[in-house]
Design a protein around this ligand. Structure first.
Ligand SMILES: Nc1ncnc2c1ncn2[C@@H]1O[C@H](COP(=O)(O)OP(=O)(O)OP(=O)(O)O)[C@@H](O)[C@H]1O
Length: 355
């Protein structure tokens, strides 16, 4: 629990240790939940202006989780120059239960993003069809894309918060790495990784493969490999700034803003329901009740490491929302899925290969 005077770097200190996981092939999701105006965007992004620019008054202390994650991720990646993954970014917002691609490039996209659909592929992964993604080679390029996405994000003033975000923002960083395959010799792997890590990574990454997105980067051929090419492994790091839960009597919204509020509250209720179902180990989890939970299905119910940050307003005026937020936190905490699992080795059934 962080008090009001806690620094952004202290909060990031609890996120930082998760960042080796996507580099090692595990999915990670960090999301901020809380009522409108409680400081989710501040926590995730730091202070920022309407044009998406991050505005730290004190650059050392004010930066939020996302710019810090960008820096730390690339620092970790560059620690091992012989295994640098391809890093791609996609940014979507879920507004009024519709998904908008904030990196799509066409005339409509310049105003509000392009509407997309989430689908569950045959292999069980949820994906947003036709989603634009951009390769990035540095933290600054990643943050440039985030700023562009923020400019398109839906906002609307309310009585509670003059700069209220009306959509859920989901930034996905995908790391694609050529993996060592069983029965083959990947010289890059074996030359640079300790034996123990190579073998563990082999089993883990070989089963962690997903379909590669289209792009210039391609796996290197592996001599003697039946498919004639190295396997690839993809890990996703998702950074989620949820829209705020809201009591319409307090926020005073009407018309289109009221519809936004209804959609926000419904999707957050669906998220709470999913966490409740997972915590009770129910056989059937209703991910598709909302596009938010459908899109986040892999990180909520899959093998991802999920970190939920709860923002609670200390104001008595918001007591009902405070209790509701704490109830959400209790549900999130009750979800026990054990340690993140290593995917099956490449010789067992159910492996996913990128070919
Ligand atoms: N720790 C903090 N210290 C000082 N001011 C803060 C802090 N956190 C947030 N604020 C301020 O509170 C206001 C609301 O913050 P923010 O935009 O992050 O809320 P939010 O939860 O994302 O709201 P919404 O869901 O409506 O978009 C902003 O003016 C922000 O600068």
């Amino acid at each position: 629990v962080y008090g009001p005077a806690e620094s952004q770097s202290a909060v990031f200190g609890d996120v930082c240790s998760l960042l080796t996981s996507p580099v090692d092939g595990y999915d990670v999701c960090v999301m901020a939940y809380g009522q409108t105006g409680s400081g989710k965007s501040c926590t995730m992004l730091g202070p920022h202006s309407d044009d998406g620019h991050i505005l730290p008054l004190d650059p050392q202390n004010d930066l939020g989780i996302i710019p810090r994650v960008a820096e730390e991720l690339f620092r970790l990646i560059l620690e091992n120059p012989s295994r640098i993954p391809k890093v791609e970014v996609s940014i979507v917002e879920i507004y009024n239960n519709d998904i908008f691609d904030l990196l799509a490039k066409d005339s409509i996209a310049a105003v509000s993003g392009v509407k997309r659909e989430v689908t569950t592929a045959k292999d069980g992964w949820t994906e947003v069809a036709l989603l634009a993604s951009e390769a990035v080679g540095s933290a600054s390029k990643l943050m440039e894309l985030v700023r562009g996405g923020l400019q398109l994000r839906a906002k609307h003033p309310t009585l509670v918060h003059a700069d209220s975000s009306r959509s859920h923002l989901i930034i996905t960083v995908t790391l694609t790495t050529a993996a060592c395959s069983n029965g083959t010799v990947d010289r890059a792997c074996s030359a640079t990784l300790p034996r123990e890590r190579t073998e563990a990574g082999r089993a883990r990454r070989a089963g962690r493969s997903r379909r590669a997105s289209q792009g210039a980067w391609a796996p290197q051929p592996v001599p003697g490999h039946p498919a004639g090419r190295a396997e690839q492994v993809q890990a996703r790091l998702q950074l989620v700034d949820l829209a705020g839960s809201e009591c319409t009597g307090v926020s005073g919204v009407t018309g289109s803003a009221l519809r936004e509020t209804v959609c926000i509250n419904r999707s957050l209720a669906a998220l709470a329901d999913v966490l409740g179902a997972l915590s009770e180990h129910r056989g059937h989890v209703l991910y598709r009740n909302s596009r938010l939970t459908h899109l986040l299905q892999d990180c909520l119910g899959g093998n991802a490491k999920l970190l939920v940050i709860l923002r609670i307003s200390p104001s008595q005026r918001h007591l009902a929302q405070m209790l509701q937020g704490l109830g959400f936190g209790i549900r999130a905490r009750q979800v026990q899925r054990g340690p993140a699992k290593r995917p099956p080795s490449s010789q067992t059934e159910g492996k996913r290969r990128l070919d």
